[in-house]
Design a protein around this ligand. Structure first.
Ligand code: LMR
Length: 391
């Protein structure tokens, strides 16, 4: 039977990690997978997480099983950050812990499928794993254009896609810091999207994986809160990989906004059943550390401060790229307007390959760069290399 399986290529984005590690050049630049890096090119554990982990080691009395819902203290501690005031909306929102943001998106889509969803409208380009998960679940992707040629979020394309949408459709939206373009809907556009969604029987699924890395914790939740204020039901997939720096610990949550408490319990019971059949229960350590950070005022303030430093540095790199203006024929100004860790450069496969072979610069095959992979020191080399390959 196993002979029937064809060889699959490694995940293109994750394969970049190994390619970069194997490159002996001292001045190589990794702009591949989305991890935050400091001005020294490092991805340290947050000080607030270290402090919480220390307490966890000292205080944790047992590692016995929780349940498929994971650490509900963690799930609830995050809710005021995601949903703002009245985070349960009168008992209509609750959630469960998932293995990372990917687990949250996977579970959201599996739940949507159980509820009768067959098609998912999604702006493209999107995070490549979105399409892979849809395909694995046998859900149809209905693609619309995410951004206009002049680098703005394309509301008209979303509107047109929604025109023909109806019962059995879901729409997948990036809550903030769009991956891979860095081009977000403006608050006014979110208001309009919320109004449009309210008129259609489609299920909004929001992937919120970079809260705090765009304009701020509240600002980055604007779209999620606007949609929830307008529609009767929605799912929100959340990741703590970036904003708590917990990448490999796999910390995420799925939140359900239901029509009432009874429906909420029913939807979550399906989430629990799906989780039990897939991973039984999520890994605990990272979520427990996040809970402990958020239960303590001092570590909460420390975490928010560390997050602000990250956001500020990303903004500085974006501004410096904008100030560079042009690299060969490439206009860098739009990069200054983007949000979060990513931007997509209009480069050909050959140009991306030359950046790698001639300059030791690694980026996704789509032309996506991780802005946080640049430092003020490496930026001039990057701009010169872009000028070289686009000349
Ligand atoms: C990315 O897009 O680089 C991150 O979300 C990491 C991942 O899992 O793909």
């Amino acid at each position: 039977m196993l002979e029937r399986l064809n060889q699959q290529p490694p995940d293109a984005l994750l394969a970049l990690i190994k390619l970069h590690d194997a490159d002996p050049r001292a001045d190589k630049i990794d702009l591949g997978v989305g991890v935050y890096r400091t001005g020294q090119g490092e991805t340290p554990v947050f000080g607030a997480i270290k402090a919480a982990e220390q307490r966890l080691v000292n205080e944790q009395a047992s590692k016995s099983y929780l349940g498929p819902e994971g650490d509900m203290g963690f799930v609830h501690a995050l809710m005021p950050y995601v949903f703002g005031e009245n985070p349960t909306r009168g008992g209509r929102i609750d959630g469960m812990q998932t293995p990372g943001g990917t687990g949250a998106v996977r579970l959201a889509l599996a739940l949507a499928k159980r509820a009768g969803v067959t098609r998912v409208l999604m702006g493209t380009p999107s995070w490549p794993n979105h399409a892979q998960i849809l395909s694995d679940l046998g859900l149809e992707l209905v693609a619309f254009t995410h951004a206009t040629a002049d680098g703005l979020a394309d509301l008209d394309a979303l509107k047109a896609a929604l025109e023909s949408a109806g019962e059995g459709d879901a729409v997948m939206l990036h809550g903030c810091c769009h991956n891979p373009t860095g081009i977000d809907y403006t608050p006014a556009q979110w208001d309009e999207i919320a109004r449009l969604l309210a008129q259609k029987p489609v299920l909004p699924i929001i992937d919120l994986a970079y809260q705090g890395l765009g304009d701020g914790m509240d600002e980055d939740a604007y779209g999620t809160r606007a949609v929830i204020a307008a529609v009767p039901e929605a799912l929100v997939g959340y990741s703590c990989d970036k904003n708590f720096g917990l990448y490999r610990d796999r910390v995420g949550a799925l939140y359900v906004y239901a029509q009432d408490g009874e429906q909420l319990g029913r939807v979550l019971s399906n989430g629990h059943a799906l989780a039990r059949a897939a991973w039984s229960m999520p890994p605990d350590h990272g979520a427990a550390a996040v809970r402990m950070v958020l239960e303590d005022q001092e570590t909460t303030a420390q975490w928010l401060d560390e997050l602000t430093q990250m956001r500020t540095r990303i903004g500085q790199v974006r501004a410096a790229l904008g100030e560079a203006g042009k690299a060969g024929s490439l206009d860098l100004l739009p990069l200054a307007r983007g949000r979060g860790m990513f931007a997509t450069l209009p480069l050909s496969k050959e140009q991306i390959e030359r950046l790698r072979s001639d300059h030791g610069i690694y980026m996704a095959g789509s032309g996506r760069i991780n802005i946080a992979g640049l430092t003020m020191g490496s930026l001039p080399k990057f701009v010169a290399a872009l000028a070289d390959v686009t000349a």
